[in-house]
Write a protein that binds this ligand. Structure first.
Ligand code: DUC
Ligand code: ZN
Ligand code: ZN
Length: 472
């Protein structure tokens, strides 16, 4: 099966050019000057399918390197399964996810890893990889870190918050970092000071301050900055590379930028919610509405300038990439467990479907360039997490994971409009996007076209990742 995407504007992180893309089977076979022939053969007459991309961008499929499909958390499960969540991702132009295998204290890491494979196998619409969460860092967990590298899991996430659930103490973190430093893997960190947050939460609830807004006030930027700094120091001590997930506070960005400025391998990810949503407007919505946006790290104050700083950091590369931390919960039966006590609201926002569109809006608004859009949503995730070459770029030999994006199209975000995630609300209800995901190919197969899903569950395969390209 050969497909030719002709007359489009191919956008890679390195540049933009008018080009035709030839896909042979699952793989890109050529990126050619428009109208090229091969050995005198008219390409168009010798392929099975021709897609005319006139007036549209042809970009590498999005890679969302931070999702939590069907994650057991907060007394319930994230509402998107691997099936529904990856299908929604495809609708939004994301062709790969990297999801997190969960290990709670006492559980065996390898058992959990096998369990996550059983959950995802045969379910996914797009390709998927795994990071491994470590909570208690048992001796067997350290051995598992080496074993998992051979399975294509080259990144391990630790939490400095959620005591009694995920939190690893500084000794446990140090142990895992020592192992990462020696085996070449990446440490990912949820950087918030859990003890401080737990105290502030207790005090707020005891004082009767129980609305969702207090979720934000009890997870202040100081708790994020302090933990980010501590993680950087432990990484410095051990020599481990550090990737800080869901950075929301400008002070945490400054810690990351400072460490990078001193030559340390420290990287930062932010998420669409920290670029668009705020403490005042969303978490502070009347009544229990704010529960829709309870996630951690929390939405920050627009007045304090976190959002503005985050866009700037994305442009200047103080922050390297954007993932969603997709962890959806429905209002009914899930978020409403926290009616009368914000601390019982399951933490998470779903946006796997909207990341590419929301970030494209940054191009429209003049915050980032077209190439930078591709870089932060696809190329850097591929490089950061050992997928580059196959993913994150349109070049011969890469997987045929391609999105045809119409800059003159329009996308209305909302529950009843474009929403395919398994959520009973949209965190971005009413957002209007200048741009539209027209066609999505996953390893050469058209899975979205003309507002129709043409794929099937099981199209997506496990992707064995290598080491990060940013490390030597
Ligand atoms: N934060 C969330 O909001 N949800 C999942 C886990 C996390 O760290
Ligand atoms: Zn986290
Ligand atoms: Zn997360």
């Amino acid at each position: 099966m050969k497909t030719l995407i002709k007359n489009g504007t191919v956008v890679n992180s390195t540049g933009t050019a008018a080009a035709d893309v030839l896909i042979d089977g699952e793989t890109i076979a050529g990126v050619l000057a428009p109208g090229s022939t091969i050995l005198g053969f008219d390409l168009e007459a010798n392929v099975d399918t021709v897609i005319d991309a006139t007036g549209r961008y042809v970009i590498p499929g999005g890679i969302d390197a931070h999702t939590h499909m069907e994650m057991p958390f907060g007394g319930t499960f994230a509402s998107d399964t691997f099936e529904t969540g990856t299908r929604a991702a495809a609708w939004g132009g994301t062709t790969s996810i990297v999801d997190f295998v969960v290990q709670y204290a006492g559980e065996n890491v390898i058992d959990q890893y096998n369990l996550w494979h059983a959950k995802a196998a045969g379910q996914c619409a797009i390709d998927y990889g795994f990071h491994q969460i470590l909570s208690d860092v048992q001796d067997s967990s350290l051995v598992a870190m080496d074993e998992l590298l051979h399975e294509g899991v080259s990144s391990f996430k630790l939490f400095m918050a959620y005591k009694g659930v995920f939190l690893s103490d500084d000794g446990q973190i140090t142990k895992a970092m020592q192992r990462a430093a020696s085996n070449g893997s990446m440490i990912m960190m949820h950087a918030e000071n859990g003890s401080v947050i737990d105290l502030l939460v207790q005090q707020a609830v005891a004082a009767g301050n129980t609305s969702p807004y207090y979720h934000g006030l009890t997870r202040p930027w100081q708790a994020e900055e302090e933990a980010t700094h501590r993680a950087i120091m432990l990484a410095n001590l051990t020599g481990a590379p550090l990737y800080v997930v869901h950075v929301s506070a400008k002070q945490a960005v400054e810690q990351i930028a400072n460490a990078r400025g001193h030559g340390q391998n420290v990287f930062g990810e932010t998420c669409p919610q920290y670029l668009y949503l705020s403490l005042e407007e969303q978490l502070g919505a009347p009544g229990f509405e704010g529960a829709k946006w309870v996630c951690s790290t929390p939405l920050r104050s627009r007045e304090e300038g976190h959002q503005h700083h985050m866009w700037q950091s994305l442009r200047t590369n103080d922050i390297q990439m954007v993932s969603t931390d997709h962890c959806p919960f429905c209002m009914k039966g899930q978020k409403d467990m926290g009616l009368g006590d914000f601390s019982k609201i399951p933490n998470g926002i779903g946006s796997v479907e909207h990341r590419m569109d929301l970030l494209y809006q940054g191009v429209v608004d003049g915050q980032i360039s077209l190439e930078r859009w591709v870089e932060v949503t696809s190329t850097t995730p591929a490089r950061m997490f050992g997928m580059y070459g196959k993913k994150g770029v349109i070049q011969p030999g890469a997987d045929g994971d391609i999105v045809i994006y119409d800059p003159n199209g329009h996308t209305s975000i909302g529950l009843n409009k474009t929403h395919h995630m398994n959520m009973d609300y949209s965190a971005y209800e009413g957002f209007e996007i200048d741009g539209h995901v027209d066609t999505v190919l996953s390893r050469g197969k058209v899975i979205i076209d003309d507002n129709q899903y043409l794929g099937a569950k099981g199209d997506g395969k496990y992707f064995k990742r290598g080491l990060s390209q940013y490390l030597i």
